[in-house]
Design a protein around this ligand. Structure first.
Ligand code: HAM
Length: 431
């Protein structure tokens, strides 16, 4: 490869056609589920004022402090590529009176698209990555927490057949509860100060709760004796959490109460959850979300209860690549023109096939002085994985016939009539 080639940016990847086909099928599954729950799609911009993310995700958060792609536009205004979709969704809903207009409207939205974070790229962690996100506005009842989790279960387990995916759930109570629990953590860790490295000591000062989701085994061991959050939080949040767990039991949705789920974005309260898959290595969260009842007010609206989740497309893709249901693509037929006659009759015939058989993918291959029939057939068999090739030459055109080649079969090529071809294509089209 020439040194002159300009390569892509680290952590910002292309998505190649094989994966795009799987993603297109995944998108269909998601469109259907969103329709089943009456959730409307919303399309959000990639760029927002930096202030939006500072105010929502939090000034002290890692995302805002270190990971945003931020720059001044020509007008001197600070703008950022969105690191996530929730803040934009709230901003859009407020600006367009979608969730409040002389009264709270109960609304459900979903969105998808690329997000940008300047992280250290590694397996499952990129600088540009794609998310599908779902946000519910105006719902405070626990039934809606349960509905969102149930929707995830429908997608990951019922539709995508992921067997080893696990729901980790926790409650982080209200603001006062978190202040109280941060004190509990600081007091508890006093006697372990010498076991913490400098970064952990800084986290202990700035945001002790973030130590709970540390991947450091030593810290994890120390924290096993830490009093559980549920024993410190307000009665209201505790009862709320316990009721959600009861409903999940009733619905037979398996979960794991995980005190380490505290989330790195500042806007959450009460229910928080992540869906994790052990085969993904250290970046094992496929999906994450929770309740954020204060955020709408924080961004400038009235108080509207809200919650949502988002899942990372690249991480999910790693889990569904072998799923036959999603990798199934419409059957392909190679249409080869070997006619020397300078006419477009062959092309008209190929177009007629497309008019009749909408569910079949047809690929036109023109054999000319730069190619051969052999190369065309190899391309159809190896690159396109076609079932048949339909060949038209001068004799086929004059006799109104086609030559049919069946790939991966021992049959000889045969000349067939329009009726015979129609019969074969009809079966494939309806199959
Ligand atoms: P998050 O945990 O930052 O939450 O991201 C959600 C999901 O996006 C993660 O579980 C992961 O699958 C994927 N993800 C995040 N960062 C990366 C990355 N650098 N590379 C690849 N995948 C990544 C949020 O973004 C919240 N807005 C979710 C939410 C919606 N909460 C309420 N509503």
């Amino acid at each position: 490869m020439s040194d002159k080639l300009i390569k892509s940016i680290k952590g910002i990847n292309d998505i190649l056609p094989e994966d795009v086909e799987i993603l297109q099928n995944l998108e269909k599954v998601i469109y259907n589920i969103a329709n089943q729950y009456c959730i409307s799609e919303i399309r959000l911009p990639l760029l927002e004022k930096t202030e939006l993310f500072k105010r929502s995700i939090g000034i002290g958060s890692e995302i805002v402090e270190k990971e945003m792609y931020t720059f001044e536009d020509n007008n001197g205004e600070l703008i950022s590529l969105r690191p996530e979709g929730t803040a934009s969704c709230v901003r859009c809903a407020l600006e367009n009176n979608l969730i409040y207009d002389r009264g709270i409207k109960k609304k459900k939205y979903w969105y998808h698209g690329p997000m940008f974070r300047y992280e250290n790229p590694q397996r499952g962690r990129f600088r540009q990555f794609y998310q599908f996100g779902f946000e519910y506005f105006g719902f405070s009842n626990i039934d809606n927490d349960v509905e969102l989790i149930s929707l995830c279960k429908r997608l990951f387990i019922s539709k995508l057949d992921l067997t080893n995916i696990k729901l980790h759930i926790n409650s982080i109570g209200n603001k006062e509860d978190r202040v109280k629990y941060a004190e509990t953590i600081s007091t508890f860790l006093k006697k372990y100060k010498n076991d913490l490295n400098q970064i952990q000591k800084n986290t202990l000062v700035r945001n002790p709760m973030r130590l709970l989701d540390s991947k450091d085994k030593k810290i994890q061991n120390i924290l096993t004796d830490l009093p559980k959050f549920i024993n410190v939080m307000s009665d209201h949040s505790r009862v709320r959490f316990e009721s959600i767990l009861e409903k999940l039991d009733e619905l037979k949705i398996k979960y794991y109460v995980d005190n380490s789920i505290v989330r790195g974005l500042d806007y959450y309260n009460d229910t928080v959850f992540e869906w994790k898959h052990s085969s993904l290595g250290s970046q094992d969260a496929v999906c994450a979300g929770g309740r954020y009842d204060e955020l709408v007010k924080e961004i400038g609206g009235v108080s509207v209860p809200a919650m949502g989740f988002a899942f990372g497309v690249e991480r999910l893709l790693d889990l569904i690549r072998d799923n036959k249901k999603l990798s199934y693509t419409r059957p392909r037929i190679l249409l080869i023109n070997i006619s020397k006659e300078n006419s477009y009759k062959y092309f008209l015939k190929f177009e007629e096939l497309r008019d009749k058989y909408h569910a079949i993918k047809f690929y036109n291959y023109n054999v000319d002085e730069n190619s051969s029939l052999r190369a065309a057939l190899q391309f159809g068999s190896k690159n396109l994985n076609c079932k048949y090739a339909v060949i038209i030459g001068d004799s086929e055109l004059s006799d109104n016939l086609y030559t049919l080649k069946e790939f991966h079969a021992k049959n000889e090529d045969k000349k067939i009539s329009q009726n015979e071809l129609d019969k074969i294509l009809k079966d494939i089209n309806n199959g």
